[in-house]
Design a protein around this ligand. Structure first.
Ligand code: ADP
Ligand code: GLC
Length: 492
């Protein structure tokens, strides 16, 4: 039994969120929904993960699911009731409950557009709480993630007050404040049938008179967390606050930043079956060139000479600093530098990278897809990984890169600032190459500084590689901080 137990019994926490690896993942939220419950479980917490049963979940996982219960649930103002099915599966000791409803979750992708997504996640947040009552599994804390689950803390204190689950406390984690679930007030009133008095300025209403689901959830949650300490400060400012900075400042007493980790079993270069030459901190310097060569061959890049390979693994959106990369792309390249891009997203970036691949065949590869196996091979085969984000709540790719001995080149913002210690030219200490202001020449300078150390001072470069591999990027410490938070809430 863990020392964090409540009077001898384990803490019970229900995770509520819209995606979770390996069932559905579109970005880092999916990784966290997978890795954090496992880390908490190891620390003696009982965790259940509740997520939608999307059609796109691969059949091999659907076959693992068992029907646990079904019932009808009130939702809309017109009194219509909706079907809720609970499908259950267990993976490595964690229980997953999938909320089933064809009307909402039978689309190809989890997210389709706000018109469908607002009703879908109003339904999901309410169904998740109803499922806990139905399963008679009453958690100490419901831990909700991003705007898609933001209504759960609101329902908890309204429709579910006085029911068994109403005794739980709530935590709402901001993974990305850019997406908030904004719609007309009447639309949200219709889909939630929440009391009229909540549609005022302190809860759902925003300046332009619309309703904001995230804002309401943040007002009602007992605690708010975000995924790094730096982002917790940043979102209280105009630049990063996405219109909610005043609201977050008002609620700052309950706001806390806890940096993400990664699952070090999922990301383990020594056991990674997707790599040509698995390696650890001892033989990384011998094995990385083999992985680099395999990557170059797979992607049609030249294997001639000693190439400095820069990777980018990212959703292709303006959050990720792609405008900076575009502005200095040709200057970043030389005959000893290659760039590998893996990502999908905004067509304007997809096309820009395709163009560079066409122009610089053999030196640039733009792989415009979502591909887990190639991601692993880039983390292992590249020398450096670029993350020059405009804003970055935490960022996982720089953590995975370090774990694979790939040196991050990042902008000092959010979690990037908290996790990558800048290389010090005088002492050779540090984990990566960084720049501060969002300006393309500064990115170019950081890339050039990295390349200079790689080509002219290989011993120091190698020291950064081995230091990065030894860095603790696991969930252990941060899971402990969440345990403390849950215990504090449960004892109140
Ligand atoms: P975000 O959540 O903002 O997209 P993170 O850095 O937190 O950014 O997490 C991104 C996750 O998605 C990482 O696990 C990364 O490896 C993965 N990823 C992003 N794009 C791709 C892609 N095209 N193919 C495979 N994995 C990807
Ligand atoms: C979001 C953020 C990213 C973070 C991830 C997981 O998608 O953009 O920075 O790492 O969530 O918390």
């Amino acid at each position: 039994m863990s020392e964090k137990d409540l009077n001898g019994r384990a803490l019970k926490v229900a995770f509520i969120g819209s995606e979770c690896y390996p069932f559905v993942k579109t970005g880092g939220l999916g990784d966290v929904m997978y890795a954090l419950p496992r880390a908490l479980q190891r620390q003696g917490c009982e965790v259940r993960v509740i997520m939608p049963c999307y059609r796109c979940i691969p059949d091999k996982y659907k076959r693992m699911m068992q029907h646990r219960a079904s019932f009808m649930m009130d939702l809309t103002r017109d009194g219509r009731t909706f079907f809720v099915g609970i499908m259950e599966a267990e993976l490595d000791g964690v229980t997953y409950d999938f909320i089933e409803n064809r009307e909402f979750f039978d689309w190809g992708n989890p997210y389709t557009g706000l018109w469908e997504d607002i009703p879908k996640y109003c339904y999901f947040s309410k169904a998740a709480l109803a499922a806990l009552n139905c399963l008679d599994w009453i958690p100490d804390v419901i831990h909700c993630h991003d705007w898609q689950a933001a209504l759960a803390p609101v329902y908890l204190r309204t429709h579910f007050a006085g029911t068994p689950v109403g005794s739980a406390r709530s935590v709402l984690t901001i993974h990305n404040l850019r997406f908030q679930g904004i719609c007309g007030i009447e639309h949200l009133k219709f889909w939630t049938s929440l009391p009229d008095e909540l549609f005022n300025y302190p809860v759902f209403k925003i300046n332009d008179g619309e309703a904001n689901m995230f804002k309401g959830g943040l007002a009602f949650a007992d605690r708010i967390t975000t995924v790094s300490a730096a982002y917790a400060d940043e979102i209280q400012t105009d630049f990063y606050g996405e219109g909610l900075n005043g609201h977050l400042w008002y609620h700052r007493q309950k706001l806390l930043g806890i940096v993400n980790g990664i699952d070090v079993e999922q990301w383990n270069s020594q056991e990674d079956k997707l790599l040509t030459a698995p390696y650890d901190g001892e033989d990384v310097l011998q094995k990385k060139p083999e992985n680099k060569k395999a990557l170059q061959e797979r992607l049609g890049l030249s294997t001639e000479g000693d190439q400095f390979v820069i990777g980018l693994i990212s959703r292709l959106t303006d959050q990720k600093g792609l405008d900076l990369i575009d502005a200095v792309f040709t200057q970043m390249l030389d005959e000893h530098t290659q760039v590998v891009i893996l990502g999908t997203g905004d067509p304007r970036y997809e096309n820009a990278f395709r163009y560079y691949e066409g122009e610089y065949k053999g030196r640039v590869c733009a792989y415009i897809k979502y591909d887990e196996s190639l991601a692993h091979q880039i983390y292992a085969g590249a020398d450096a990984l670029l993350v020059p984000s405009l804003f970055e709540p935490c960022g996982l790719t720089q953590l995975i890169a370090m774990r694979y001995g790939t040196v991050p080149i990042v902008r000092e913002t959010g979690g990037l600032k908290d996790t990558v210690e800048p290389y010090n030219e005088n002492t050779g200490e540090g984990n990566g190459f960084t720049f501060d202001r969002y300006e393309a020449p500064l990115l170019l300078d950081a890339v050039r500084r990295a390349r200079r150390v790689y080509t002219e001072d290989r011993d120091r470069w190698n020291a950064v590689v081995t230091r990065d591999m030894a860095k603790d990027v696991s969930w252990q410490r941060s899971a402990g901080l969440y345990m403390d938070l849950y215990a504090e809430l449960a004892e109140q």
